[in-house]
Design a protein. Structure first.
Lengths: 181, 288
């Protein structure tokens, strides 16, 4: 029998709510250790509140922000929660099973499931995405797209109709490295 | 999570396997579509995505482009067959679509490759209803089972509300006709019918085991039915070995390959059985 509940539980632990003055801005992933990575369009101020799975609210300080890559890095020490683990870039296969966890439309820790539809730009010459046949809604932004083993394959950034677009992990590592973390 | 991992691997392997015989088809101005190497030198796609009548550019799985010619097409079933010279591109492994059941996990592939997944919602006679997304350009592409075998051709062209696939068995029949004639003839008799109950007394007297049949309410002049001597009021009980219990039976029986066939029409006329020989005709094509 196939069970997704364990996978959901695992991913909820590494998924945070990004809020500002009580307003939900989006999701974020505890990665790398001591940090949260999310979309640049989720974080518009140097300081936000991060709500963890266990209900704690911690301050997140902006370390780096790249509007073109749509990525932001926040420092949040002392969560005590192990960070997410990245899947290898070559481990993402078209057709493989993926899940997204986030807070779409304010629904905490919601899970949606699908498969990898394609890897690459959606318009010729555009930037590369992990394209997933999976439903996203506002609030999913910055949350994890993970494979069947719970490894992070991308950061959900936006939806193109029924298609989910996630920033590939290669871009995440480059961004974090450039930030000096 | 082992079951999930193996499902995930199976799906990815199915995509990999099936996409080896998937072509891109540039048969219309803006949006390309997808085709499947169905038989040696023949690529099947969705008719509504091919707006030209002669030459079409297709893209092999390895990205190389070549020119194909339209071998035949039918807008009703929404299938077009393209002649392609690509002997080194493997043919699709086509499965028996009669084994497809409601609830089966299936994948839709587009050229690229791209993939979406979902389940079979319902299985009709000539069509599979799907709960999945056919992304732009997926029309004409393969519907693939979890083993990577092709069970149908996807099309979003014939319905706004449903994602559909033409089952492989129906695609095979269509390809046969399209290769032979370039089009699919519509078999017809030239009658309009209504379902009718066969009176119990008549059933017993004639030893009929069917409760219903169809009554002829119109005979088109000059039609095969008129030539066979069928008239209004005749109750059609069977055609050849096929029992006709309602107009759907009649429609299902009149497949394209029946055109030209001479069959016995068993009718009740004035309460008496009578056999008429009728030659199935081809419905005249509408002229514009």
């Amino acid at each position: 029998m196939i069970d997704i509940t364990g996978l959901a539980e695992h991913l909820r632990r590494v998924t945070v709510e990004v809020t500002d003055a009580g307003e939900l801005l989006g999701s974020g992933v505890l990665w790398p250790p001591g940090c949260v990575v999310t979309n640049a369009h989720v974080v518009r101020r140097p300081q936000v509140t991060l709500r963890l799975i266990d209900g704690r609210s911690l301050e997140g300080h902006l370390v780096a922000r790249d509007a073109d890559a749509d990525l932001a890095l926040l420092s949040v020490p002392g969560t005590g929660i192990p960070a997410a683990t990245l899947a290898g870039p070559d481990e993402v296969r078209i057709g493989s099973f993926v899940v997204a966890v986030g807070h779409p439309l304010g629904v905490r820790g919601a899970l949606t499931a699908g498969i990898v539809c394609a890897i690459g730009p959606i318009v010729p010459g555009g930037r590369s995405w992990i394209q997933a046949d999976l439903r996203l809604a506002p609030g999913n932004s910055g949350g994890p797209l993970a494979d069947a083993g719970g490894y992070l394959v991308g950061l959900n950034a936006r939806a193109a109709g029924p298609l989910a677009l996630a920033v590939p992990t290669g871009q995440l590592t480059r961004f974090v490295r450039a930030a000096g973390v | 999570m082992d079951g999930l991992l193996s499902l995930s691997n199976d799906l990815a392997t199915a995509v990999e396997r099936a996409s080896r015989s998937v072509f891109g088809v540039s048969g219309r101005a803006r949006l390309g579509s997808t085709g499947v190497h169905w038989r040696p030198g023949l690529v099947v796609t969705a008719d509504h995505t091919v707006h030209v009548d002669e030459e079409v550019t297709v893209t092999r799985p390895d990205g190389r482009a070549l020119t194909a010619t339209v071998a035949g097409r039918d807008p009703t079933i929404d299938i077009a067959v393209l002649k392609v010279d690509a002997p080194d591109v493997p043919m699709a492994e086509v499965a028996n679509s009669d084994a497809v059941r409601v609830g089966h996990i299936v994948l839709a592939l587009g050229a690229g490759p791209r993939a979406s997944w979902g389940v079979v919602s319902s299985v009709g006679g000539e069509v599979l209803h799907l709960d999945l997304t056919l992304y732009p350009g997926f029309s004409g592409g393969p519907l693939v089972d979890a083993q990577g075998r092709v069970v149908g051709i996807n099309t979003s062209g014939t319905s706004r509300h449903w994602q559909l696939a033409i089952p492989a068995a129906a695609v095979n029949r269509a390809v046969d006709e399209l290769v032979r004639r370039g089009r699919i003839p519509r078999a017809y008799l030239g009658v309009s019918t209504q379902p009718v109950r066969v009176p119990e007394a008549l059933r017993q007297r004639l030893n009929l085991d069917q409760q219903t049949a169809v009554i002829v309410v119109e005979v088109q002049p000059g039609s095969p039915a008129a030539a066979a001597g069928l008239s209004i009021g005749d109750v059609l009980v069977s055609l050849g070995a096929t029992r006709i219990t309602d107009p759907t039976d009649l429609k299902a029986m009149l497949r394209p390959d029946r055109v030209g066939e001479s069959i016995t029409a068993s009718v009740l006329r004035g309460g008496e059985p009578r056999d008429l020989q009728v030659t199935v005709g081809e419905r005249p094509r509408r002229t514009k």
